[in-house]
Design a protein around this ligand. Structure first.
Ligand code: ADP
Ligand code: MG
Length: 397
């Protein structure tokens, strides 16, 4: 996949109507609908400001949540328009439909320097079906398509990819940075490239493990998936998270790493608990020697030392998946120690995955990393080496 794509800086936006796909899929309070984090809106500001300052009329659009059967007032983007207006310090017009009469009229009347937000794109049944009729209707509102919704580029939907069949398409600054950093790390990494893979399940990371085995120099395994690897080596894992169906696969991965000369590091000790609970009783045991009734919830201190040493002289570190149940402070030590080690290396450090980003933020290391990907699912598919429809549809640089 080609990661070199044209950006808003490579085209003339002055006097143009720009359809800007954002990721305004913000978390909301279940009861009140209030926006609980405006991070994604803030992240879109640089591209929006650039376009407005360069004399474009911006028609922003996004999906929000998963409306089932058409419009659902609970999932209206109107509160996002209000917050966006506060952050931008200028009015944000709102269309009460996506490509209906209101959107058409307001888009037609929009002047350079003004911004309009369309209603939730998933209120249109054609959105998730990548229906050309919807793509065409969206395209007819504008002269240029700019995508800045990295969190949605793994989806081939009308507003994330289909619309690019009918308009010139370039990236905004968010996608540009993701492509530069993630794309660079995958296609031409500063070596040694160390991949840290954790999280809960092997099964959700098979694509990532497989692809990174092709390009990394070292692979570090932690988190719940480590116990399936341990079982593959004949270890006793007690009540730890174990995916019996993936033991053979894990064994194959160990063999593949050896054949390719990739260093594969597995935990040598583990912090196990007598229950899955924040205040569970815990003890440190050797990997593969977890007693019955106990479950591994974090990597142990010897493993921490081993893993911190392995990242110390890395050129690039890609991290996906927490190394323990970081949501419980007693079992966050492994994740925290490795985050600390990353904050001290001169390596390019890249965090992909929703929970991994949350862990690094919660533990206070967010501003110490080179890049924290803004797309959970999208960054995983990126690391899997898959073609992302929302990136592939953009003009090559
Ligand atoms: P990401 O969203 O970054 O891709 P995952 O969704 O794969 O990461 O995994 C995150 C989850 O893995 C966290 O909720 C964490 O509690 C869990 N986890 C990590 N280690 C363990 C473990 N030893 N046992 C059970 N769950 C674990
Ligand atoms: Mg996750």
């Amino acid at each position: 996949m080609n990661y070199a794509k044209k950006t808003v800086r490579d085209v003339d936006v002055t006097g143009k109507k720009v359809l800007l796909r954002c990721d305004f899929n913000v978390p909301q309070d279940k009861e009140t609908g209030a926006i609980t984090s405006d991070k994604r809106i803030v992240a879109a500001l640089p591209t929006i400001r650039y376009l407005l300052e360069h004399g474009a009329a911006v028609i922003a659009c996004s999906h929000l949540g998963k409306p089932k059967n058409g419009p659902d007032p609970k999932l209206s983007l109107e509160p996002v328009a209000v917050r966006l207006s506060e952050l931008l310090g200028q009015p944000v017009l709102f269309a009460h439909d996506v490509v209906g009469e209101d959107a058409k009229a307001k888009a037609a009347a929009l002047q350079p320097g003004q911004i309009l937000l369309l209603e939730n794109t998933r209120f249109e049944p054609g959105e998730t079906k990548d229906d050309p009729a919807l793509s065409k209707a969206l395209a007819s509102l504008a002269d240029l398509y700019v995508s800045d919704a990295f969190g949605a580029v793994h989806r081939a939907h009308a507003s994330t990819a289909g619309v690019a069949d009918y308009l010139p398409a370039v990236s905004g600054f968010l996608i540009q940075k993701e492509l530069e950093v993630l794309g660079g790390a995958i296609s031409d990494p500063k070596r040694p490239l160390v991949a840290i893979l954790g999280g809960s399940k092997v099964s959700s990371k098979i694509g990532v493990i497989n692809n990174l085995l092709e390009i990394a120099d070292t692979i570090i395994i932690g988190g719940g998936m480590a116990y399936t690897f341990s079982a593959a080596q004949g270890g006793k894992v007690g009540e730890s998270l174990l995916e019996s169906d993936w033991i053979d696969y894990s064994r194959e991965m160990i063999a593949k790493a050896a054949a390719k000369g990739v260093k594969l590091l597995l935990p040598v000790d583990t912090v196990c608990a007598d229950a899955f609970a924040p205040d569970a009783k815990s003890q440190v045991v050797k990997a593969g020697e977890i007693p019955d009734g106990w479950q591994g919830l974090d990597i142990g201190p010897e493993t921490v030392a081993l893993y911190c040493a392995a990242v110390a002289d890395a050129g690039t570190v890609i991290w996906n998946g927490p190394l323990g149940v970081f949501e419980f402070p007693a079992f966050a030590k492994g994740t925290q120690a490795v985050a600390e080690a990353l904050s001290k290396t001169s390596a390019i450090t890249i965090i992909g995955g929703g929970d991994s980003a949350a862990a690094v933020e919660q533990l206070g290391y967010a501003d110490k990393m080179t890049h924290i990907s803004t797309g959970g699912g999208a960054s995983l598919e990126f690391l899997e080496g898959k073609e992302l429809p929302g990136v592939a549809c953009l003009l090559d640089a």
